[in-house]
Design a protein around this ligand. Structure first.
Ligand SMILES: [Mg+2]
Ligand SMILES: [Zn+2]
Length: 235
C-alpha cells in the first residue's frame, strides 16, 4: 500500500520559510506590482496573469536574484521528509506556483534532489525576465500559473498527500486524499469543510506522515477479511 502513496509539497511559505516571489517583488519590482497583487487578492485575475505581469515589472540582474536564493532560509527538517519518502519508495514532488530557477537553486543549495514542477523563469538579458507556464491549464478553476489540481489529478488511484500553506494550494486541497496544512490553507480547509491536519514545521509533518504510512502498511498486511473490522471499530 505505501507504494500507492504520492506526496506533493508546496514550496513558498511551506519548504521556504518566506515567499521568495514576494521577496523578489519587494526588492526589485516597480511598485506597480502591488496594484496587480490587489487585483489577484480581490479575485479579479488568476495567479497566472498576476505573476506574468509582476515578473514583467522586475528589474534585477541574475546576481540580484542569487542574493534572494542565498538569503531566504528553508525549513531544515524538509530533508527528513525527503529521506522518509525515499526510504518507503514514496514519490515526492515539489509543486510550486513560484519560479522554477529559484526553487531548484534553493533545493540544490540544501543538497536536496527532488523533482520540481514550477513556472518557468526566463532571463531576457540584462535585468529583464519573463515567466512561462508549462503547467497551466485552460480549465483551471483558479486560473493559476501552475494548476495544482491538475498536478494531483493525474493518478486518481493513488493516495495523494498535499502539504501546503496558502492560496496556490486551495484547489488541489479539494483533490487530495490527505491535506497537511498551515496558515491560510488551514483556514481555507476549515471554511470549506475539507479534512486536514495542521502542521507547524517539517519535523512535525514528517512524524505525522511516518505514522500515516506505518498505519497503511499495517492495514495492508492484514488479511482482507479483517480490514472492514478496522474501520468498524477504530481503536
Ligand atoms: Mg505557499
Ligand atoms: Zn487548477
Amino acid at each position: 500500500m505505501p507504494s500507492g502513496v504520492r506526496v506533493f509539497v508546496d514550496f513558498d511559505g511551506t519548504i521556504s520559510l518566506e515567499d521568495t516571489t514576494d521577496v523578489i517583488l519587494e526588492r526589485f519590482a516597480d511598485p506597480e506590482w502591488r496594484t496587480v497583487e490587489a487585483e489577484w487578492l480581490a479575485g479579479r485575475i488568476g495567479s497566472r496573469e498576476c505573476l506574468a505581469r509582476q515578473i514583467d515589472l522586475v528589474r534585477a540582474s541574475r546576481e540580484d536574484l542569487r542574493t534572494v536564493i542565498d538569503e531566504v532560509p528553508l525549513d531544515p527538517h524538509f530533508a527528513d521528509l525527503v529521506e522518509l519518502c525515499r526510504g518507503h519508495g514514496v514519490p515526492l514532488t515539489v509543486i510550486s506556483d513560484g519560479l522554477d530557477w529559484v526553487v531548484t537553486k534553493m533545493l540544490a543549495r540544501a543538497g536536496l534532489d527532488v523533482p520540481v514542477r514550477a513556472n518557468k523563469l526566463e532571463w531576457l538579458g540584462r535585468n529583464r525576465w519573463r515567466l512561462g507556464f508549462p503547467y497551466s491549464a485552460t480549465a483551471c478553476r483558479a486560473q493559476a500559473g501552475h494548476c495544482k489540481c491538475q498536478a494531483l489529478g493525474g493518478e486518481p488511484e493513488k493516495i495523494r498527500i498535499l502539504i501546503g500553506d496558502g492560496r496556490s494550494d486551495f484547489c488541489a486541497a479539494e483533490t487530495a486524499d490527505l491535506v497537511v496544512a498551515k496558515s491560510a490553507l488551514a483556514e481555507h480547509c476549515q471554511t470549506a469543510g475539507l479534512a486536514y491536519i495542521v502542521f507547524g514545521n517539517f519535523a512535525g509533518a514528517t512524524t505525522l506522515i511516518a505514522d500515516w504510512i506505518g498505519g497503511l502498511r499495517r492495514l495492508d498486511q492484514m488479511p482482507r477479511s479483517s480490514k472492514g473490522m478496522v474501520h468498524a471499530s477504530p481503536a
